[in-house]
Design a protein. Structure first.
Length: 457
């Protein structure tokens, strides 16, 4: 770790010399300035971790210097020193953004402890900022794996809706990654610094789901020994993700609708409502329109939630993404277990690409984890679940002709498309249907292959 640089701004020569020696003896790199202007110039030119400034300086005083430093870097750490134990002066410095203040004469140990506390605070702040950036990065699109047209359409829709506060309804089969889509929307939005709060509406009994969503006050029911903040309020300035919204009981649907309309919630046992500002993203694997017809789901709540709909495609409709997703999970497991990376055998890949994956990406992940655990350096057919091994193979499938995934995904896709077209005798409509892509997309890819000198045989 680099030695922190501390800038000392003090117009009294003796006091400045004392401070500089004290800090240098502790191993810090120290810059010194005899006035506010010189201090500001050095702060702008150097990478300064902490500024220690006297408040009472001629010319630009310490409070004015504090203002200027904060204009350069709002997160800068500044400790103020004053010969006057005036509460008003100290409060003014703290209100302007100073980390702390000390009074002259000071005890050396007290000053050094304040410096250590300030630098520790800065380190924690930097680590927190880094973790937030990593969290945002990880939940942008990294966990939504695939280059298929179907998934790219989802990406484009996420980018359009993320900048808004519009309520979103995500539709898709179990295991397709609906929560990943919700997180991608949140972490690409202006609410990304706020909380992302998720709850599965089908995993809790009605009374517990109600108390989780709306909260309660002490004494509201037997066992309510403290106040509990509900998730609607906890998601304030962030996003609330209501997974499996179609499983919500009818009575709670009415209460949720009222809360969304009024943007306030009344905890169980409370007499006054609590305002909240949370974006709502709901998800379901049910056919809600059929549930509307049967009366199982309220029509008014449906239209309140379904302002914009995002449909996450099942894995069987984007088979060309299977190699990339499989490779992603293999590498992830190798990192997590501190193990060597493993190669995926071509025959195993062929079976995986021909399988329909009713459990979608979640099932594929479980399959890879099982295979990774049971295999040696190569994941082959023998370690795949038996249900994959009985899937009928397509003759001439491209996956059977690759030994591993060292080739690029683009090359694999090209081979798969060209050989599928050959299998159907050049019938582009049939090939596009099996590939799970639009006919126009197939024509576009074939034109590119032709331009690159790789035409179908």
């Amino acid at each position: 770790m680099n030695t922190p640089t501390i800038l000392v701004a003090e117009d009294e020569d003796l006091m400045r010399a004392i401070l500089v020696k004290l800090l240098c003896d502790e191993g810090y790199r120290v810059l010194e300035a005899a006035d506010g202007k010189s201090a500001l110039d050095q702060f702008a030119a150097e990478e300064v971790a902490l500024v220690i400034s006297d408040i009472n300086m001629a010319g630009m005083d310490g409070l004015a210097l504090l203002d200027q430093i904060k204009m350069v870097n709002a997160d800068a750490l500044v400790i103020m020193i004053t010969a006057y134990s005036s509460v008003d002066t100290a409060v003014a410095a703290l209100r302007k953004g100073a980390y702390d203040y000390i009074t002259k004469p000071f005890v050396n140990e007290d000053l050094l402890q304040t410096v250590k506390n300030a630098l520790a605070h800065q380190q924690l702040f930097a680590e927190n900022r880094y973790l937030r950036r990593e969290l945002k990065r990880q939940h942008r699109f990294d966990n939504l794996i695939g280059t298929s047209d179907a998934l790219q359409a989802v990406f484009r829709l996420i980018e359009k809706v993320a900048a808004t506060n519009t309520t979103i309804l995500i539709d898709g089969e179990s295991g397709t990654g609906k929560e990943l889509v919700a997180r991608a929307i949140h972490y690409n939005s202006d609410r990304s610094d706020g909380p992302f709060v998720a709850i599965n509406c089908g995993a809790l009994p009605e009374n517990l789901l109600e108390s989780e969503l709306f909260g309660y006050v002490k004494g509201a029911f037997t066992g309510a020994t403290t106040n509990k903040r509900g998730l609607l309020a906890a998601a304030d300035r962030g996003t609330l993700f209501l997974d499996e919204i179609g499983e919500m009981p009818a009575a709670l649907q009415v209460k949720l609708l009222r809360a969304l309309q009024q943007r306030e919630v009344t905890p169980l046992g409370a007499t006054s409502p609590v305002k909240f500002d949370a974006r709502i993203i709901a998800a379901t694997n049910r056919n809600l329109e059929a549930d509307l017809a049967s009366g199982r789901f309220r029509e008014d709540l449906y239209y309140r939630l379904n302002v914009i709909s995002i449909c996450v495609p099942p894995l069987r409709d984007r088979r060309e993404d299977v190699p990339l997703i499989a490779r992603h999970f293999i590498r992830k497991l190798a990192r997590e277990r501190g193990a060597e990376d493993k190669r995926l055998d071509g025959e195993a890949l062929r079976l995986m690409m021909n399988y329909d994956w009713p459990g979608n990406v979640r099932e594929l992940e479980n399959c890879i984890e099982r295979a990774f655990t049971l295999s040696g350096s190569v994941i082959d057919v023998d370690v795949l679940p038996p249900k994959l091994r009985v899937v009928a193979a397509h003759d001439g499938d491209v996956a059977a002709q690759v030994d591993d995934l060292e080739i690029t995904l683009e090359d694999l896709e090209r081979r798969y498309i060209l050989q599928t077209l050959e299998r159907f005798g050049g019938d582009k409509a049939s090939a596009a249907r099996v590939l799970g892509i639009d006919l126009s997309t197939l024509y576009r890819k074939l034109n590119r292959y032709k331009a690159e000198g790789d035409e179908p045989s």
